[in-house]
Design a protein around this ligand. Structure first.
Ligand SMILES: Cc1cc2nc3c(=O)[nH]c(=O)nc-3n(C[C@H](O)[C@H](O)[C@H](O)COP(=O)(O)OP(=O)(O)OC[C@H]3O[C@@H](n4cnc5c(N)ncnc54)[C@H](O)[C@@H]3O)c2cc1C
Length: 373
């Protein structure tokens, strides 16, 4: 009898990145996914691949590696991939100071004054604009169609995918599915997203991980001729990502925004506008932390997101075509990825917060590489 396969729980981006990477390294791979298709955070996000949000050093390198992988896979697996870059706009003195500090430490970004922004990105709102940073490193994919294409591509590589197959228990050398089957593994990767807590709750609790719910929306397709030309963010976002946390002016910006926009601060709102190939804009998001959340979508939160959007972009048609929530796990200790080994040969990968699409390929490479030693 041959060696048992690498078994992966979850066909979200973390599971598929591990499956494809393991297969490329010669492993037999079986993916077990609870639902009929990926329906978790991996299909509920903006689809932005976001090195600009990552702390400089190893994490930024991991993100840049991820974007290169995404670009190659777009060709191999056949999905839309738009290397459009990002535009971080500053409307407050403190935000402009943060961007200037940021660009002095990250080489491949362009600092633009307000008139250059107006010339290159006419959708950016000019009133009160101090300037912006254009970064070419960011890209956009369309999450639902991308995840479906990656699953097909995984199959074409010889990976076995079982959808509609929840794993209910992990034994020492096998997993048990809800229909009573036991599937032996050589290595097990648990990439179960926010449901991780159901399999090894103690390990997860000890790692300091919390749930976060985010409110999102998508507009109707914008009229022909309208293009953002990059993913747009502004002042609120500069307080959100690790990349800007070390800029000396970030605490001043945070304090000003907390005073001016207390409701946005309470709901953890920062706004990203990402345009997809169908000309819609994906807009969000808010951040609620806790164990349990109300089932309701809050129209007040949606309005706060739209109000913040209005500060930095002029959108021709702001009718909202769909709304949804996403949930992810996030470290309470400021880590952007949590890797646990609750048992021998078992790896749990979680808590990638709002950067899982960006960091997944680099993390998968690291996991599979670690099996060689
Ligand atoms: C609103 C929102 C916006 C975001 N924006 C971005 C962004 O722009 N850029 C970025 O890089 N990241 C972004 N993220 C983060 C990113 O989406 C996540 O970090 C990433 O998708 C997590 O992937 P995952 O595979 O761990 O989880 P999931 O996609 O949730 O996948 C987990 C899978 O495991 C399955 N599963 C669970 N339990 C079991 C079980 N017992 N048996 C079998 N299967 C099981 C689930 O059905 C699910 O399909 C965003 C997240 C959200 C929610």
């Amino acid at each position: 009898m041959g060696k048992p396969p690498v078994v992966i729980i979850g066909a979200g981006i973390i599971g598929l990145a591990h499956a494809i990477t393991a297969r490329e390294h010669g492993h037999d791979v079986v993916v077990l996914e609870r639902d009929g298709r990926a329906l978790g955070a991996s299909v509920r996000n903006f689809g932005t691949l976001w090195p600009i949000g990552c702390a400089s050093g190893a994490e930024r390198e991991q993100a840049l590696f991820g974007v290169r992988r995404w670009a190659q896979l777009a060709t191999d697996a056949g999905f839309w991939f738009s290397p459009q870059g990002s535009l971080s706009l500053a409307y407050r003195d403190e935000a402009w100071a943060v961007l200037q500090e940021f660009t002095s430490s990250v080489g491949d970004c362009e600092l633009l004054d307000a008139s250059a922004v107006h010339h290159r990105f006419p959708a950016a709102r000019p009133d009160g604009l101090q300037g912006a940073v254009y970064s070419p490193a960011e890209a956009v994919v369309h999450p639902p169609s991308t995840l479906a294409a990656l699953a097909d591509y995984a199959r074409s590589l010889g990976i076995v995918l079982h959808f509609g197959t929840p794993v209910v228990k992990v034994h020492d050398e096998a997993v048990e599915t809800s229909d009573g089957r036991c599937i032996a593994f050589d290595r097990l990767v648990i990439a179960a997203g926010e449901e991780m807590r159901l399999l090894f709750p103690e390990a997860l609790a000890a790692a300091g991980v919390q749930r976060c719910r985010l409110q999102m929306m998508r507009t109707v397709p914008q009229p022909a001729g309208f293009a953002l030309g990059a993913v747009f963010v502004s002042d609120l976002t500069l307080c959100h990502y690790p990349a800007f946390a070390t800029c000396p002016s970030t605490p001043r910006l945070r304090a000003r925004l907390a005073g001016e926009l207390p409701d946005h601060t309470d709901w953890g709102i920062h706004v990203i506008a990402a345009q997809h190939d169908d000309h819609t804009l994906t807009l969000g998001d808010s951040h609620e932390y806790g164990l349990d959340f109300d089932p309701d979508s809050h129209s007040g939160v949606e309005q706060l997101i739209l109000d913040a959007l209005d500060e930095f972009v002029t959108v021709p048609d702001l009718r909202v075509a769909s709304r949804w929530h996403g949930v992810y796990l996030k470290s309470t200790r400021g880590e952007t990825q949590v890797v646990l080994h609750p048992r021998a040969r078992v790896t749990m990968v979680t808590a990638m917060g709002g950067l899982g699409m960006t960091l997944s390929w680099g993390l998968a490479a690291r996991t599979v590489e670690s099996w060689r030693s």
